[in-house]
Design a protein around this ligand. Structure first.
Ligand SMILES: Nc1nc2c(c(=O)[nH]1)N[C@H]1C(S)=C(S)[C@@H](COP(=O)(O)OP(=O)(O)OC[C@H]3O[C@@H](n4cnc5c(=O)[nH]c(N)nc54)[C@H](O)[C@@H]3O)O[C@H]1N2
Ligand SMILES: Nc1nc2c(c(=O)[nH]1)N[C@H]1C(S)=C(S)[C@@H](COP(=O)(O)OP(=O)(O)OC[C@H]3O[C@@H](n4cnc5c(=O)[nH]c(N)nc54)[C@H](O)[C@@H]3O)O[C@H]1N2
Ligand code: SF4
Ligand SMILES: [Mo]
Length: 745
């Protein structure tokens, strides 16, 4: 770490923005970040980066970023000291929790999954509160995939990822990695990896209602009707069944229900689904045959396949397709990474909770819990519906619920209705403006980084850690200490030294690590002596993990110290087969026909008979955005990027012309946007980007408020959801579009 802050220096850091986890170089002049560049020596990203990563320099220097705690003062905020802010929280939060722990909700947002501090210190806070009202973007993002994976492999995080560097045939459904840089597949420079696939004679097939950048470079683009991936996948499996192409290979030994799953696709032949999917039956047959015949093939599904009407069945069928063609757990197929800090796929199964689904239900709608959380679609009703257990207080950790959750009007009404709200966030935005206290995280340069979650999705086994480049400056508080301070308040010991609380957290982690590593607690304590905070917890995980030194028992094994001396990371090589060890199902087998999923098939059969809506809306991501933020720190290319994209036929049918201002109306609300006519969209489908709508009172986001864009989540319903998991239907819900006569959004 730098002590002399008057010098120019360069330090390696992993980008915390998206799942690609690129290695970057931060150039500093004293405490100021002067430039961010790609790190050519990073063992994984090898010089790859994008405009967002390089834009971290602007983020670090954004004058709108909150640097001091803020306390509500009438309709605005006043700057406060940390002590004042915590005193205010201590005055107002504990009485709420004492009355009913469930009355205090916690939302842990997307960036929390990318940072070490919240990854380690949010759970102790939730445990101290004792609330079941825990929310995160998982239930508006990946949940159908987690659900299907948990049923098949025994853990929601135990996902097999496409072995993109070795596959011969990659079938992508509902993902646009050339813009998003990939999701549940951590592959920095994914564009180059897709190019390499094609250069070695492989095939890329993209299933997407829009001709995205990724679809543009594909060998084949299937412009599917939104929400119908489950039908397409059932049909692909049905072809494999009827043409005798099933060949699970070495997996046969571990898989149950192959014949059953093939049989239940009988009704979903290519001819039966062609109309609902909007894809020619011959094309479906062709893709099924190619997939089965390829040396290695892998189907990979993400966002567009999850946040839709039949997301769980679609994601189940992706696994079935990979398994019955023998492509699970083999090079070039779908493989399980080995995360260096360990995780559910390396730890012993928890016999008490083999499936962390539906252990309790939400109060108002009786929605099943998933992985310790209540589906986020329940958020506003839990606040707005009176009765025992009603949510009255909220802590947000890096979340912008007012723009990320469906039905924003209800979400904002709920936020306004709360009795007390604390936000840990660096912006005064559409959500934090409702807070009573805002606590700002410190600059990136002061934080250590390791991706505990995303290493579960790496396409290569690598271990990397970025050490803090600077000590926290005056007035800056590490995020883990903010979380510990809140924990102390909730536990009724507001003045207890953080070091003592941290020792308690570490004591539990130490016992666990000792058990995993087969060592005595005393040996572990001795080996990690001198470390505190997230670094101590990370060291415990790494050393008891799959490559760990087991606290000295395996010389040369992985330790945090080793990573501190390897700023470009350590490469542990390509992914390796892990079945059956990786399975966490109670019988250590894969059941291809779980009841919880087959139960949804009647709904699919019924849908085959129903008329399809004229026009449905889907979402898109943008290269310079990160969900609802970064629009302020990074210059955005142009206002037109927030336009509604519509196919020329649909526009002509509505007498609309390019550049028109249109009103888009759904069941929940309406928004206004500029119209962009493009044949990138298939007929009957329009798209808007998500994360915009930077308007309303009290914002301190100068740049984004001057070009606010339309808020697509005003249009998304929070009531009609995918029934198995409660995931909202961001993609494929009916809308009407008309020329806006009177433009007052
Ligand atoms: N630049 C940038 N990068 C990001 C983000 C960002 O906001 N901006 N967000 C990050 C986050 S949090 C995530 S989760 C990932 C998501 O990353 P991805 O999973 O790649 O998701 P998207 O880029 O939203 O692409 C989803 C695609 O699904 C398509 N689609 C819509 N409906 C359907 C359908 O019914 N079927 C099929 N087959 N396709 C459909 C859409 O047209 C779209 O192209 O991206 C991450 N990376
Ligand atoms: N309609 C529609 N809605 C969607 C999606 C979609 O495709 N369509 N995508 C969904 C998906 S995949 C996701 S993941 C969610 C994301 O939704 P959220 O979980 O709400 O996350 P973001 O929108 O990324 O907002 C991040 C917030 O964290 C703050 N922040 C950034 N870095 C830090 C930090 O280090 N510490 C702290 N304390 N705060 C920080 C930012 O200022 C911002 O307020 O949105 C979902 N919503
Ligand atoms: S691709 Fe993702 S991880 Fe890489 S620099 Fe861009 S935002 Fe950061
Ligand atoms: Mo996400």
């Amino acid at each position: 770490m730098l002590t002399d802050t008057s010098v120019r220096t360069v330090g390696a850091r992993i980008c915390p923005l998206c799942e690609a986890t690129c290695g970057l170089l931060f150039e500093l002049d004293g405490r100021t970040v002067t430039a961010v560049k790609p790190n050519p020596d990073d063992v994984f990203s090898a010089g790859h980066s994008c405009a967002k990563g390089l834009g971290l320099e602007r983020l670090e220097n954004d004058p709108d970023v909150i640097r001091t705690p803020l306390i509500r003062d009438g309709n605005s905020f006043r700057e406060a000291t940390w002590d004042e802010a915590f005193a205010e929280i201590d005055r107002r939060l504990p009485p709420l929790i004492a009355a009913d722990p469930n009355s205090c909700a916690v939302y842990s947002g997307n960036p929390a999954a990318h940072h070490l501090d919240p990854s380690f210190y949010t759970l102790p806070l939730i445990a101290a509160i004792g609330t079941r009202n825990v929310y995160s973007p998982a239930s508006i993002d990946t949940l159908p995939k987690n659900f299907a994976n948990a049923l098949l492999y025994g853990t929601g995080l135990g996902m097999a990822v496409p072995d993109i560097d070795r596959t011969s045939y990659l079938l992508i459904l509902g993902s646009n990695p050339l813009v998003s840089n990939g999701s549940t597949v951590t592959a920095p420079g994914i564009g180059k990896r897709l190019e390499a696939l094609r250069e070695r004679g492989g095939t890329l097939v993209v299933v997407d209602p829009a001709r995205t950048r990724t679809a543009e470079v594909a060998d084949r683009h299937l412009a599917i009707r939104p929400g119908t991936d489950a039908f397409l996948l059932l049909a692909l499996v049905s072809v494999i069944a009827t043409e005798g192409l099933a060949a699970p290979g070495r997996l046969t030994e571990y898989v149950d229900g192959v014949d059953d799953v093939l049989r239940l696709t009988e009704r979903f032949t290519p001819d039966a689904v062609a109309e609902i999917c909007g894809i020619d039956a011959d094309v479906i047959r062709q893709v099924a045959r190619e997939f089965a015949a390829a040396d290695s093939a892998v189907a990979h599904s993400r966002m567009g396949s999850c946040t839709q009407e039949f997301g769980s069945v679609a994601n189940w069928m992706v696994e079935v397709l990979n398994i019955i063609t023998g492509n699970l757990d083999r090079p070039g197929g779908a493989m399980f990474p080995t995360p260096p800090a360990g995780g559910p796929t390396t730890w012993p199964a928890n016999p008490k909770a083999p499936l962390v689904f539906d252990r309790w239900r939400s109060r108002v709608r009786d929605m099943p819990e998933a992985m310790g959380e209540i589906p986020a679609v329940c958020f506003s009703e839990e606040i707005l519906t009176p009765g025992p257990g009603q949510v009255r207080g909220l802590i947000t950790i890096s979340g912008n619920l007012a723009r990320s959750l469906p039905n924003s009007h209800a979400v904002e009404a709920a936020l306004a209705d709360l009795e007390f709200m604390v936000c840990i966030d660096g912006y005064l935005n559409e959500t934090t403006r409702y807070a009573d206290v805002i606590l700002p995280p410190p600059p990136l340069t002061t934080r250590g980084h390791h991706d505990l979650a995303l290493t579960h999705f790496q396409v290569r086994n690598v271990a990397r850690y970025s050490a803090p480049l600077l000590e926290p400056g005056p007035g800056e508080m590490p995020e883990w200490q903010i979380l510990m301070r809140l924990t102390a308040i909730v536990r009724g010991v507001p003045d207890r030294p953080i070091t003592e609380l941290d020792d308690e957290v570490a004591a539990t982690a130490t016992r666990r690590a000792a058990k995993l590593a087969g060592r005595e607690v005393e040996d572990v304590l001795r080996a990690t002596e001198g470390r505190t905070g997230p670094e101590r917890l990370l060291d415990l995980r790494l050393r008891s993990g799959p490559y760990g030194d087991r606290f000295g028992a395996v010389p040369g094994g992985l330790t945090l110290e080793l990573l501190e001396h390897s700023p470009n990371g350590i490469d542990y090589g390509p992914l390796e087969p892990r079945v059956p060890d990786v399975l966490r199902t109670p019988d250590k087998r894969i059941n291809l026909v779980p009841d919880a999923l087959t139960a949804d098939l009647p709904r699919l059969r019924a849908a085959l008979e129903q008329p399809v809506p004229d026009l449905v809306l889907i979402n898109r991501r943008q290269r310079r955005g990160m969900n609802s933020w970064l629009h302020n720190a990074l210059p955005q290319p142009d206002a037109g990027q927030c336009a509604l994209f519509m196919n020329p036929f649909d526009a002509a049918g509505r007498s609309l012309v390019d550049g028109d201002t249109v009103r888009i109306a759904s069941k929940t609300s309406s928004v206004v946007a500029e119209l962009h006519i493009t044949d990138e969209m298939r007929q009957g489908v329009v798209s808007l980007p998500h994360g915009w709508g930077h308007h309303g009172h009290s914002l301190r986001t100068t740049r984004s408020a001057s070009a606010p864009g339309a808020n697509v989540n005003a249009l998304v319903d929070d009531i009609v959801v995918e029934p198995l998991t409660g995931t909202p239907i961001f993609n494929g819900f009916p809308v009407d579009v008309v020329r806006a006569e009177n433009v007052q959004s």
